[in-house]
Design a protein around this ligand. Structure first.
Ligand code: HEC
Ligand code: HEC
Ligand code: HEC
Ligand code: HEC
Ligand code: HEC
Ligand code: HEC
Ligand code: HEC
Ligand code: HEC
Ligand code: HEC
Length: 441
């Protein structure tokens, strides 16, 4: 501070004069975007003005106390900035909202460091509008809007004064995602993809990251790279397409995972999962009301929960769609070589099979992430829930001696043989009709 106060009037005047041109500089930067696209990594000598800023701001220990008591370090790494993609833009263009007349001190009160970051990163939008727009649609941005202090904004993933080119990201380190999703990163690092040094963004994207359970995006990402996967599965898995819909890829490709069934509230009219109405979360409270004993929804309770969702103008359109998936995000990333994947039909199609012992019912929450409520495994078999749970109930259930028998046959007979395969498919279809499940494939 002492040092700061000694800033000469001449320096201040120089800073100020240069800042008058800030708006023009900003425009120049846009031109620069075009220019540098061809020039590549431009030579990055710092401008005179930037040198002046850095004369103070490269010193260690320079910091500022904020209204909430946070300390904001004001040190900027000059060498890193000089090497960054933004070195040619210069300090003042991004800090146009800082008044440099008589700088320092800073006149406007800064509430806290998160508030400061939130306000400052708006500047990124002015030059990177398309990326900003993608980001705005992400789960991360939704969490920020909800006030989640741990959710990333631009500068949590791009160090504000050392922004590197896209090509400089080191996929193997998992950065920047690994800074916050460390357990997933460690699981991922040992997986087939982690070993191939693939970035998190190859499946999740970097900016429009969506909730994992939302839509089919992740599955489409898998199939985008593994285009012949469906055909390859068809050679040994009857109704492979149906399995791809009802079983998540990691449920078979992360063989050590604990598997479970999620029954998703589904709006048949709109052809999508039911989402909480904006601002009025009801699912959990309704589920709790239906589950008076608090031991998990039984068949009756599930029925009454569904009735509730069918009353509000959607009449009879809300059903449940089952999906077999892994229990945790960590497990979803432990994908192994396909030779070790789950192939044994009996892992799922057997009386009392493990995955069917753990059941949740879910709806899409306000931020896009699912809200889940526990249910009793019996809902998959109960006659009461047959209508709502569709054909899904039967698969690991207890009343399906015929299916068990067919599967035993399938395993014994070796399902690779095309003839056996066709016969089995036919038998399975008949079976599906008999039990009254909606057979739609
Ligand atoms: C003479 C030393 C000095 C110079 C030169 C200087 N600063 Fe500062 N700067 C400070 C000090 C000290 C503070 C903290 C002020 C306070 O505590 O009120 C500060 C705060 C800031 C802040 C944080 C608060 C805010 O308004 O966002 C930014 C950003 C900043 N300076 C940018 C710059 C830029 C850009 C330049 C060059 C155009 C510059 N500074 C030149 C000393 C300096
Ligand atoms: C591309 C835009 C951009 C450029 C160029 C830029 N800054 Fe910043 N600066 C930011 C953003 C955004 C923040 C808010 C950081 C955050 O979110 O934590 C910031 C924060 C700061 C702070 C507050 C301390 C901190 O790190 O949060 C200081 C001081 C500062 N900048 C100084 C400078 C100086 C000096 C230069 C030139 C050498 C410079 N900035 C160049 C965007 C920029
Ligand atoms: C969750 C982390 C994360 C956040 C938040 C984030 N980025 Fe990125 N960004 C990345 C990663 C990782 C890359 C590298 C490219 C890739 O993997 O697709 C990247 C690449 C970029 C690129 C160059 C490539 C491109 O897609 O055009 C720009 C520009 C960019 N980010 C700007 C921004 C801006 C502006 C924001 C804030 C609106 C932002 N980023 C927020 C992680 C993030
Ligand atoms: C004044 C305009 C301007 C502002 C403000 C700005 N950038 Fe940039 N940004 C650029 C230019 C120009 C480039 C260089 C483009 C190129 O090389 O193709 C660039 C490049 C990038 C890249 C690398 C792009 C690539 O294709 O590899 C990233 C990442 C990035 N900016 C992120 C940010 C973030 C984050 C912020 C906010 C802290 C920000 N930018 C603010 C103009 C700006
Ligand atoms: C090969 C594609 C792929 C890659 C690469 C990938 N993921 Fe995932 N990710 C998935 C799938 C699939 C799911 C689970 C979707 C489901 O079935 O619910 C998931 C789920 C998640 C979730 C939500 C977990 C939860 O609790 O529900 C997070 C967070 C996540 N991934 C982060 C990451 C991070 C961080 C990386 C990089 C270290 C990464 N992912 C790399 C495919 C991928
Ligand atoms: C600054 C911390 C931070 C960074 C960096 C970050 N995330 Fe997140 N992310 C969060 C938080 C907080 C949540 C919400 C809590 C949760 O689900 O773990 C979240 C949620 C997610 C989700 C949704 C989880 C779900 O339940 O469906 C995915 C997917 C995800 N992040 C992927 C990524 C990817 C990919 C990157 C890197 C490009 C990344 N994250 C970088 C903090 C971060
Ligand atoms: C019912 C369990 C199961 C499901 C569901 C499943 N897989 Fe597989 N997958 C396997 C098994 C077992 C193999 C190995 C087959 C073999 O080697 O004969 C395999 C092989 C593969 C292979 C390597 C074979 C190739 O060349 O295509 C890829 C890639 C693959 N699966 C991707 C996926 C994707 C993507 C999904 C989700 C859309 C998925 N799998 C769903 C069990 C499954
Ligand atoms: C960006 C492209 C890409 C995406 C997206 C992708 N993969 Fe991969 N996958 C690869 C590459 C590359 C390998 C490594 C191939 C190798 O080493 O033989 C691989 C390997 C695999 C293997 C092992 C194959 C074998 O022969 O043992 C499986 C299984 C697999 N991926 C499944 C998935 C699943 C499931 C998803 C979605 C959650 C997915 N992949 C998303 C590119 C991708
Ligand atoms: C990881 C668990 C899992 C494995 C392994 C598995 N399946 Fe399935 N399978 C399911 C689930 C879940 C369904 C329910 C689909 C539905 O109701 O929509 C299903 C459905 C079926 C159907 C009925 C399809 C239809 O049209 O309704 C047949 C037939 C079938 N599986 C045969 C097999 C055979 C044969 C194998 C071994 C080669 C096998 N499955 C391996 C989970 C699995």
């Amino acid at each position: 501070m002492v040092r700061a106060r000694r800033q000469s009037a001449a320096t201040r005047a120089a800073i100020h004069a240069d800042l008058v041109n800030a708006a023009r500089l900003a425009f120049a930067a846009v031109l620069l975007a075009v220019a540098s696209a061809t020039a590549g990594a431009a030579d990055s000598a710092l401008s005179q003005l930037d040198e002046q800023c850095l004369a103070c701001h490269s010193s260690a220990g320079l910091e500022m106390k904020l209204a909430n008591g946070d300390k904001l370090s004001l040190q900027v790494d000059a060498a890193a900035f000089a090497k960054s993609v933004h070195s040619a833009i210069g300090c003042a263009v991004c800090h146009a909202s800082t008044s440099f007349e008589n700088h320092p001190p800073v006149k406007t009160k800064i509430a806290g460091s998160r508030e400061y970051s939130l306000a400052q990163t708006k500047v990124c939008e002015s030059c990177h509008a398309p990326v900003f727009k993608q980001y705005e649609g992400s789960i991360h941005a939704a969490l920020v809007r909800d006030g989640n202090p741990g959710a990333p904004i631009c500068t949590d993933c791009h160090s504000p004064h050392a922004v590197m080119a896209k090509a400089a990201f080191d996929a193997a380190s998992g950065a920047p995602c690994s800074n916050c999703h460390y357990p997933i990163y460690t699981a991922y690092a040992g997986s087939v993809h982690g070993q191939a040094a693939m970035a998190c963004s190859s499946c999740h994207n970097a900016h429009d990251v969506s909730a994992a359970a939302k839509g089919d995006r992740l599955k489409s990402a898998c199939l985008g790279c593994h285009q012949d996967a469906l055909a390859a599965h068809k050679t040994w898995l009857p109704n492979a397409g149906r399995h791809f819909d009802a079983v998540s890829c990691p449920a078979c490709h992360s063989p050590k995972a604990k598997r479970k069934v999620d029954l998703r509230l589904y709006d048949n009219a709109a052809q999508q999962r039911v989402a909480e109405k904006e601002g009025v979360p009801q699912f959990e409270s309704r589920a709790r009301l239906a589950d008076a004993k608090g031991t998990g929804l039984d068949a009756m309770a599930l029925q009454s929960l569904l009735r509730g969702f069918n009353q509000e103008g959607t009449d009879g359109k809300t059903t449940l769609r089952g999906r077999l998936e892994v229990s945790t995000g960590v497990e979803a990333h432990q994908l192994v070589r396909s030779a070790e994947a789950v192939r044994d039909c009996a892992k799922c199609h057997q009386q009392g099979a493990d995955p069917f012992q753990s059941v949740t019912v879910s709806i899409v929450g306000a931020d896009g992430r699912p809200v889940r409520y526990g249910a009793k495994p019996e809902v998959l078999n109960s006659i009461i829930s047959v209508d709502s749970v569709g054909g899904f109930y039967a698969i690991g259930g207890t009343r399906i001696k015929l299916l068990d028998w067919l599967l035993a046959l399938a395993v014994l007979g070796g399902i690779g043989a095309p003839l056996g395969h066709l016969t089995l498919n036919w038998l399975f279809k008949r079976y599906a009709k008999r039990i009254g499940g909606k057979e739609d494939s």
